[in-house]
Structure formats: C-alpha cells, structure tokens
Ligand binder design. Structure first.
Ligand code: FCB
Length: 470
C-alpha cells in the first residue's frame, strides 16, 4: 500500500495521484477509413495492404472503423467513459498529400472538428504526428532511410502545429519508431515491406533526427505551455539465465531496440556498442555533424507503449530479421504464462520493470503509458453484450503494475488504453480486436464491451481495486 490508497472492506483501492491522465488511444490509419476523401493520397500502408500476401485476408484501411464519418459518435463514447485525454494521430497524407508544401485545409478541418468536439466534451486532445502513415510519394523518393524525409517531417510538424496549436496542448512527434524502422525496413512485416538491415539503421537514425527537428519546429509554432513528447515501444528484456552469454544477448537487443532511440534523444549520442555490433553493416557515416545535438532537443515527457516482455538468450535466430545482425547472436524465447489473441504473453511485471528502469535512467523525465491493452476473441452474445473478462484482468494487472511503479518513485503522469475501438491491426487486418468498444465492421455498429464499463469506473474512482494483503 502507498499513502494514496484507501482500504474499503476486503479490498484496498489502489488510488492514482490526483490529476492522473486517463485516456484511450487510436491511430489514423487504423480507424479513419475515408482513404481517398478530401484530398488524402495513399500512404505506405495503403500500398502495402494492397500488396498480395502482406496483410491478413487482404484487409485494408479503406473503410476501417469509418471514424472519419463517425467521429462525433466516437467522441460521445469517450465522454461517457469519462476519459480525461484522447490520444489520436494526424494522417500526414491528409495534411500534405505529397509530403511537402502547403497544408490541405480540408484535411486539417477534420482534425480541427475533432479537437473542438473533444474540448467541448472536456477531453484533452493528445496529437501524435506520425503513426506510420508516410505519404507514398516520400517512400517513392527513398522513405525513412533518406535524410530528406526527416526534413519533410519537420515541415509537416510545423504546418500541423500552426493549424491546431491553439487548441492542442500535448504533442507527440513519433509513435514507435522501432516498429516503423525495423519492421518496415528490416524484416518487412510492416509497410513499406523492405528487408535491408542497412535501411533499417538509416531509418532509425532519420527518425531520431526527424523527432528532434520536429521538436524544434513545434516549439517555434506552439504556445509556451505546450508539452512535446515522443512515444517509444521500449522492450522489457529478460535474460534466459544470468550467464554472461545470455546477458550479452540482452545487451545487444537493448542497444538495437531501446538505446538506439534513448541515447540520441536523451543524451545526444549513439550507443557505442551498437556502432561496434553493426560495423559489418555500416560505419554510420549517414549521421552528420549536428544530427545528434538536434535529436536531443529537450522534451517534456516520454511515452511508453507496453504489451509484453521479451526473453532472450545467446544463440541464433532466423533471417530476415528486424535486429540488424543481432539475430546471429541471439535467440528469442516465449515468456511463460497465459497469452492474448496475438499470442503475446500476459506479464504485467514487464511494465513495472520498464517504468522503474526509466525512473533510474532518466531522472526528471515524466513518463506516460501511451499504449497498453490486449486483443481477445471478442464477440457480441445473443443479448448484444460483449463479455471480455480476460481483457479486464489484463488491464487490472497492468494498472496495478503502474500503480506499484508510481509507489516506487516512477513519475508516471497518465495511462492511455489501447484501444478505444476495434480497428485495423496492421498486418493482422481486422482479425485482432484490441478495442474496449466492439465494432461490427459490416454495420459499423459500436458496442461497448464489459471492459469499457470497468474502465469508466476506474477513471471515476481514480483507482483500481487491489487486494488488501496481496
Ligand atoms: C502498437 C501500435 C498500435 C497497435 C498496438 C497493438 O505497436 O503502436 O498501433 O497496433 O501495437
């Protein structure tokens, strides 16, 4: 128990600090649909999802959850949940269809309306500039392995902040650059589907540069009280054993998954062990003077997306791999325990481990859990209800872990549940449901699942239920 908690009967309310931000999260391509409306052009995900064999069932985001047309209904759902914040992403190809030049006002108008409706509902908008939907024209010009894309991103950040900066206080530059760089350009499981270790490392660097340049552009465009952030899917790594070889496997993956972003962004340097590990692929000469200083422009908080931990040991893994050569030295093992519909292990301790690591490694940097949640095989029963006790258990366990980390000194300011709605789950198409609101994709009918009611209560009480001596 911490000083925040209050005993109630057999259980104890694990209370969160006052002012804790409770949100839901979504991303443009996963929910909006309206793929060709109001001047939007294809992104790399439109192209990728149309490439045979890349996305389950040939699904695309053409219609998705039709949020572009049902935005008011979705904001009303959030108002009923009582969320204090909503994390959404802006679609770059709606704002700058060719990835450069002046903004398209119709594209921006959608986000202006969204933000106005959120503010009317008393919900703070949290805008992410890049959740993986690069305009296809920029990929045709080389995509993230090319420096030019980072410069274009800073321009896009500036025009978007000019349009929305009077109403959006919290901004995130990038969502999960690790996935975008290493799944997009390394093993090709995500758009644009390239399989080049060199391209993945170049992309990672240009994401760091893009982030830093965008921070500068945002600071120039936004009112002084605005908050600027970055969201990383940091990997919670566990060695199989404490042997030096297994610990070295953890070091390698930590370098190419975590420190490849943390070190440039928070320390203005590249991890030297990463540079050594990747010497056969590159001499990193694409990192120019001043890039790392630009990447480390100060930010106001760090967002962490967490779903499950990663167990590693010395060994070898398959290629093509997202690990830029580390696969020749490392194997990955399944973590024990129950699994979600993604086959991801349920392990809330990993979230506690990450938050307390960041408490130690980045003192003074406020943290936000910007994504956490789970997919299960949900369905509406004959009475029209969706019972999802596994999701409630998952969320309960993870919020308990967040609470424990706060009690142990981690400065966590908010929690954003992934996701508000069932949506287009990237390479899995519509086969994986992460929403606390069920979407019938044939009718677009929304049905709040049991977990939505549970989350509304958590928010109303600013607490999760804990067990008194547990
Ligand atoms: C994260 C993504 C998000 C969603 C969840 C399940 O990696 O940021 O869009 O797909 O995983």
């Amino acid at each position: 128990m911490t000083a925040l908690d209050t005993p109630t009967g057999d259980t104890t309310d694990l209370r969160f600090p006052s002012g804790f931000r409770w949100g839901t999260a979504t991303a443009a391509y996963q929910i909006e649909g309206a793929a060709t409306e109001d001047g939007r052009t294809p992104s790399i995900w439109d192209t990728f999802s149309r490439t045979p064999g890349k996305v389950h069932n040939g699904d695309t985001g053409d219609i998705a959850a039709d949020h572009y047309h049902r935005m008011s209904e979705d904001v009303a759902l959030m108002r009923r949940l009582g969320v204090t914040d909503y994390r959404f992403s802006v679609a770059w190809p709606r704002v700058q269809p060719t990835g450069r030049g002046p903004a398209v006002q119709k594209g921006l108008d959608f986000y202006r309306r969204l933000v106005d409706e959120l503010l009317d509902a008393g919900i703070r908008p949290v805008a992410t500039l890049y959740h993986w939907d690069l305009p296809q024209e920029l990929e045709n010009a080389g995509g993230w392995p090319e420096r030019e894309t980072a410069l274009r991103f800073a321009e896009y950040a500036a025009v978007t902040a000019d349009a929305l900066g009077d109403r959006v206080r919290t901004w995130t530059t990038l969502n999960e650059p690790w996935c975008a760089a290493f799944l997009g350009y390394g093993n090709g499981v995500h758009a644009p589907g390239r399989t080049s270790p060199l391209d993945s490392l170049r992309a990672a660097h240009h994401f760091n540069l893009a982030h830093g340049l965008a921070v500068r552009a945002l600071r120039d465009a936004l009112p002084p009280a605005s908050e600027v952030s970055l969201t990383l899917n940091l990997h919670a790594l566990r060695p199989l054993t404490q042997s030096p070889a297994d610990l070295d496997a953890v070091r390698r993956i930590d370098a190419v998954a975590n420190r490849i972003f943390l070190d440039p962004v928070f320390r203005g340097r590249l991890p030297q062990d990463l540079v050594r590990d990747t010497a056969a692929i590159t001499d990193w000469s694409f990192v120019r003077d001043g890039d790392l200083a630009a990447a480390s422009a100060p930010i106001d908080s760090l967002g962490i997306n967490y779903y499950s931990p990663t167990v590693v040991a010395a060994g070898r893994s398959e290629s093509p791999s997202p690990w830029a050569g580390a696969e020749r030295h490392v194997r990955f093992l399944p973590a024990p325990g129950p699994r979600t519909a993604m086959d991801w292990p349920v392990d809330a301790d990993g979230l506690y481990e990450l938050l307390t690591r960041l408490r130690d490694d980045l003192p003074g940097v406020p943290l936000m859990v910007t994504e956490n949640g789970a997919a299960y095989h949900d369905y509406t029963d004959p009475s029209g209800r969706v019972h999802d006790p596994e999701r409630v258990a998952y969320l309960h366990g993870h919020l308990t872990a967040v609470h424990r980390a706060i009690g142990d000194g981690a400065d966590v300011r908010g929690y954003f549940l992934w996701s508000l709605l069932d949506n287009f789950e990237w390479a899995h198409g519509y086969s994986k449901r992460f929403g606390i609101v069920h979407v019938d994709f044939a009718t677009q009918r929304r049905t709040p699942k049991d977990s939505a009611g549970w989350y509304a209560q958590v928010i109303a009480r600013n607490a999760v239920e804990g067990h008194r001596n547990g």
